[in-house]
Design a protein around this ligand. Sequence first.
Ligand SMILES: [Zn+2]
Length: 325
Amino acid sequence: MKRREALTRMAGVAGATLATATGVRAADGADDAKKLTPSGLAPDRNTKIPGFKAPPGSIDTHCHIFGPAARYPYSPKRSYTPFDAGLDDFREVHARMGIERAVIVNPSLYDIDARVAVDAITASDGRYRGVVNIDDRVSDTELDALHKAGIRGCRFNFVKHLGGFPDMAVFDRSVKRAARLGWHVVLHFDAKDLPDFYPLLDGLPLPYIIDHMGRVPAKDGLEQKPFKILVDLLQRDKKCYVKLSGADRVSSTGAPFHDAVPFARRLVETAADRLVWGSDWPHPNVKTMPNDGDLVDLIPMFAPDAGTQKQILVDNPMRLYQFEA
Ligand SMILES: [Zn+2]
């Protein structure tokens, strides 16, 4: 996206947020009724009980809560409308997966409105943390309050299907402010853009997590340039973390996504002390809806050794998200 388009978009979002805060949003009801029809696939409600038993205290570092929209309205400027997937469903899917703790990643469709994540964290008795979207509209006082509420990172999307690159001046200012709080930044890239961002990542003033194994297409193999860049970053930049998630997004052959395993294995061999795992429930914008039980059963294929599993599922995210023991 060109910078001017990005700025126009930012201005639009700011206006929309104000409208929401003052209750003006009801005025565009007709438009909203159409927009509230979910697009894409509904999550699979029949989560299988996985064969793999995750170690105690395991953390799912990438999952979302969507609504219900009636209580937590989606931004009018959002790029998609999901099926509602609220806190009760969120708790149930983790109980079935055998995962005790979670990091709620506030999706782009909530813009800078963090209420759905903060409310869930507040009710979690220390079992949840969160990651939110921030920009210049969020004041320092608000950032401090988010930190106090259990937020430990911010996220920026660079993927085309969610609107393309952010305004980079806003990005620079935001990550500096996040660094002050001891946060990290979560980055969502399309694989093909990774080589271009290499210098930017290198110079970041805080740790960063690259989502979904860089979304590298499995069919392009382990020697593809974006994956080599990812492995190289993980190897030589101690600020770099990679999220073992989105096997379904990496896979070219479909469920049960075994063609994503060699990529995860290579990352585990490279730096198991800087990997985290995430389910990505309830899986917005996927072409094939995965079953979360199947995704948990990929973990021992990614990392066969129990010590390494504990590093990825417990130790690394505990450190990054400052969970209490
Ligand atoms: Zn996600």
